[in-house]
Ligand binder design. Sequence first.
Ligand code: WTA
Length: 630
Amino acid sequence: MSDNFDVKLEKKSYLPEYSYRDNSWIGEYEPAYQRFLDDPERFWSEIAHELEWMQPWDNVMEWEHPYAKWFTNAKLNITCNCLDRHVNGDKRNKVALMWRGEDELHERVLTYRQLHAQVMRFANALKGLGVKKGDAVCLYMPFVPEHVVAILACARIGAVHSIVYGGFGADALNSRIRDANAKVVITADVSYRRGKTIMLKSIVDEAVTHAPCVEKVVVLKRTDLNIELMPEKEVDFYEIMASADPVCEPEVMDAEDPLFILYTSGTTGKPKGIVHTCGGYMVGTYYTTKYVFDMKDSDVHWCTADPGWITGHSYIVYGPLSTGATVLISETVPDYPDPGIWWKTIEDIGVTIFYTAPTSIRMFMKYGEEWPEKYNLDSLRILGSVGEPLNPEAFEWYYRKIGKAKCPIIDTWWQTETGMHMLATLVGDKMKPGFTGKPIPGVIADVVDKDGNPCAPGIGGLLVIKAPWPSMMRTIHNDDERYRQYWNTVGNYYTAGDLAVKDEDGYIMVIGRSDDVIIVAGHNLGTAEVESALVSQEAVAEAAVIGKPDPVKGQSVKAFVTLCVGYKPSDALKNDLIYNVRMSLGPIAMPSEIEFVDSLPKTRSGKIMRRVLKAKEMGLDPGDISTLED
Ligand code: WTA
């Protein structure tokens, strides 16, 4: 497989002066990678030494397959690195967070000092509700500064946050609350999307009804709707903050104490609660923000993800704040009130590093270049991409129309499970559209066959990571067996669940998932989760869901459904089924197509063969169907 579009520009000709990497730190790719290979522990320890610890580590890493411990016995609190270090250093009055609502008249700015103060107060407020180190707190919030305050407040007192994306429905929220055993849920009365008001609180009301673990619900009031709070259970965000002490000493955390749980879709109906720990995650996100994004003091960083996804955790909150960056957060969607809103935001604020998903870029391509052309995007110096393959057409458009052929495109491959960037093309390195890039220094990755043997260049295989890294997940909450499967499926390697291919230079092209996960507009959906939402409806006997290529969203959901006796296919029934999936899982899981069928292809042991449905749908050869029942 060759690179069909190679940006054949010498780096000096396309990188503006100021985007050169500061070589005094880790340095250029090749020598940095070699230094890592020569002595991995030294490599990571040098990076970790840039951060503040309450007590140093005994060992950088201890590995007993498939369990890793990083920075053993070290003590820290990640918020000291994200906040105190800057407040006590030279960034007290530097802007930490800049927020823009859907309406540009709504803007808020928090300096590091202000953010620190709010986090400490809210941390004390949580303590006042009885939250202690190790307790789980669920956040289901709109993207406002208080969301970031709540995240860091949990980390301050050692509570384990579990953020649930505000676009999920009540059932999805309920199952995540119960799995994490959350004691407190933090939410808001409403969120805004495309000018519409979404009643978040009523979704929470429904979700906590069958979640006895929840003792308190904290409600941020954004409107004067005057939602009544139940006095014994519900409290007002700012009221509990107003009566809290202003100073909250950071909880002393062991490097291996959990920092958060984040649910991601898997191949069963039950989402996986990925567990990340304090020390390794801090080092991994700090390192990659600084190295992969080449973060400088003067940068204004805008990652368009939501905190409900790992990208938001790592590259809105922990990574950028630990480097002391100025972070823009915004509640906007790409095309409301018009498709120029993001470009206008970049011009107004002077964003320098912009990190988004291919699905947004493809949506912008559809609207046309006249939208970005209306605005001055000269402040940009680095463009990032994450979430799914950045196809060469989208790459070229992003590079030319947004970056004006002067900004490197940093495509980053990683996962909720990996915590940090794993593969990327670094600033100054040759870009190959379609290819994510190489494993970054610190990461040993390869493309292998199912027995673990490396595939020759051009031959597709499974993407694996061959050695532990600091921000790797430590387990899956309540399901360690599922964690072990990641490391026991192909040799002794970590299997990512992605198909990939390598070229002669070691660049890796990620093709897509090798399992039953569908990525719709950058959001992971497990086929089983959507199927069980369909089957839970009276009319449905069985359901099978596949991902179908979509020019903008990457993939869309198509469902095949068999009906129970007494029900007949109709458009009204289709709409009902779609509506019910929306209510239970949220709009991101809505099938865009439903086909009623008489039966589903199954193996003799009764497993639905989605592969066969997909091949048929796409007019392709279904491959080996010897196990097909009929
Ligand atoms: C896919 C998001 C191609 C991949 C950070 C992975 C990508 C899954 C890329 C993880 C990329 C992510 N190129 N595919 N640059 N980045 N993916 O857990 O299939 O939401 O396994 O983490 O997204 O999605 P997750």
